[in-house]
Structures are given as C-alpha cells and as structure tokens.
Design a binder for this molecule. Structure first.
Ligand SMILES: NC(=O)c1ccc[n+]([C@@H]2O[C@H](COP(=O)([O-])OP(=O)(O)OC[C@H]3O[C@@H](n4cnc5c(N)ncnc54)[C@H](O)[C@@H]3O)[C@@H](O)[C@H]2O)c1
Length: 253
C-alpha cells in the first residue's frame, strides 16, 4: 500500500513505538489518527503535523471508549486504510510470590488491553476497510499488530504479558483468512528490546543484562527503526499472515 493520503489508525501512539510510527506515517503524507490512553501525549505527538494528525483519547480495553474513538476518526477522515495496534501494557507479576498466587484481576487486565483491546480495534478497522474502494492491486487495507518476543521467550513475571502476545500471533492467521476476500492484509511484528516508555524504568544493570543477549548490534532498538520496518510492512504488497521479528537476533533466556 502506498500510504500517501491514506488514513491510518495507530493505537499506543502517544509514546514509544506507536509514536515513532505515527510520525513516520504522517511524514509520508498519510493521515494519522493518534490514539492513546493519555490525551496529552496523543496531542503532543499529533502536533508534529496538525493538519494530517488527529489526537484521540481512548482506552482500548473499554468497548464504549473504542466505539467513541472510531466515531471521531470516521467523522474527521471518513475511512480507514491502515491500522497499527501498538497500545500495550507489560504489568508484571509472578505466578506465585511471597505466599500468594497472582491476582486474577492483574492477569486479566493485561489480556484486556493487549489481546481483547487489540482485537476490538482490529475488527472495527477491518469493517471500515471492507467498505473501501480497492486500489489498483485490489488492496483495501493493511493491519499491523504488535506482539513481542515475549510470546516465545517471556521472562519471569511475564505470564500474562506472554499469553497476551502469543494470542496476538495465534489469532493473526484466522483474521488474515477472514479478511483476504476483502483485500486486507494482516501482519504481526514481534519486537525484541526497544528503548521506549515501557523499558524506561529498567535499571542500567537490567539494560546491560538484556543487551548482552542481543547478537548485533548489541544495543536496544530505537523506535525509529521499528517505524521504518512497519512502513515496509505497509508498502510491500506480498507480506501477509506472518509474524516478523525485529530484534537484532536477541534470544532472551
Ligand atoms: N519496548 C519494547 O522493548 C517492546 C518489546 C516488545 C513489544 N513491545 C510492544 O510494543 C508496543 C508499544 O510499546 P512501547 O514499547 O512503545 O511502550 P510505551 O509504553 O512507550 O507505549 C505504549 C503506549 O500504549 C498506551 N496504552 C497503554 N494502555 C492503553 C490502553 N488501554 N488504551 C490505549 N492506549 C494504551 C500507553 O499510554 C503508551 O502511550 C506494546 O504493545 C508493547 O507490548 C515493546
């Protein structure tokens, strides 16, 4: 898909990977709906190109909030051609800790955002895309879902996070099969270790330990590297129904 003048929804666009992707898409002349839980950060990101970017506050885990956000996006832009679901939380909690089993509310809150919330956004984007005129290649839309290397190599305390991210990978193929007749591609990105808000609280020791498990280059990725890769997923029409790792060869133990 050529993103120029296309309408793309990016969730989690107020920070980190989503923010860099939203900015790069706007730089490429896409019209970008900047969705985030935090209205102030969404506003700040959208100020990069106010004529092409619309900040929208949303809690992806809340169906009514997602519905209201889509109403705003469709009122302003009229359609949706692209969707990047980067909203996510990494609330940690060990299965058993200090004599207590992990609180189910804590477990479910991660699934609600990373898996249920992502699907709610995907299904609404897909519906809007299904009404688009196909382009000259028969394409009506592109959906990019953000998973994580934790889907395969979750760390201690990441049972909920890993389950949610594995779920994103697992549902991709059936969704891609559902949407292929409409000319909509669905792909998943599984990032390794990136320098964002999510990793911002890591201690220097933890960062060093994690970076040691990256092959080359031996450092955290930048949000801009993620954004460039996501742009390629939009542009290359032969990418569909696959999970792409972007991790410099990191294999976490
Ligand atoms: N940073 C990494 O190393 C890394 C690695 C693998 C996967 N990921 C995934 O990449 C995605 C982006 O994360 P990031 O690293 O940029 O983190 P980040 O914390 O910088 O950004 C995540 C954004 O999601 C938003 N968000 C959280 N809950 C939300 C909700 N309920 N509704 C709407 N927005 C919500 C936050 O406000 C924040 O702006 C996440 O899905 C994360 O799991 C990140």
């Amino acid at each position: 898909m050529n993103i120029a003048d296309k309408i793309v929804i990016v969730t989690g666009a107020g920070s980190g990977l989503g923010a860099a992707t939203a900015r790069l898409l706007a730089k490429g002349s896409a019209q970008v709906a900047v969705l985030d839980l935090h209205a102030d950060t969404a506003q700040e990101v959208a100020s990069f190109a106010p004529d092409r970017m619309l900040p929208v506050q949303v809690d992806v885990a809340d169906e009514a909030s997602v519905e209201a956000a889509f109403t705003k996006v469709l009122e302003r832009f009229g359609s949706v051609h692209g969707c990047v679901s980067a909203a996510g939380v990494a609330t940690a909690g060990k299965t058993v800790s200090r004599g207590l089993a992990l609180d189910m509310a804590r477990f479910k809150s991660v699934i609600d955002v990373n898996l249920n919330g992502l699907f709610d956004v995907v299904r609404r984007c897909a519906l809007a895309m299904s009404g688009n005129e196909p382009d000259e290649h028969g394409e009506r839309g592109v959906i990019v879902n953000v998973s994580s290397g934790a889907a395969w190599q979750g760390q201690r305390g990441q049972a909920a996070y890993a389950a949610s991210k594995a779920g994103v990978i697992g549902m991709m193929l059936p969704i891609a099969r559902d949407l292929a007749p409409y000319g909509i591609r669905v792909v998943t990105v599984a990032p390794g270790l990136f320098r964002t808000g999510m990793s911002g609280s890591f201690t220097p020791d933890l960062v060093a330990e994690l970076e040691d498990q990256v092959l080359f280059p031996k450092r955290m990725g930048t949000p801009e590297e993620f954004a460039e890769f996501t742009l390629e997923l939009f542009q290359n029409r032969y990418l569909n129904a696959a999970t792409y790792q972007i991790d410099a060869g990191a294999r976490m133990v």
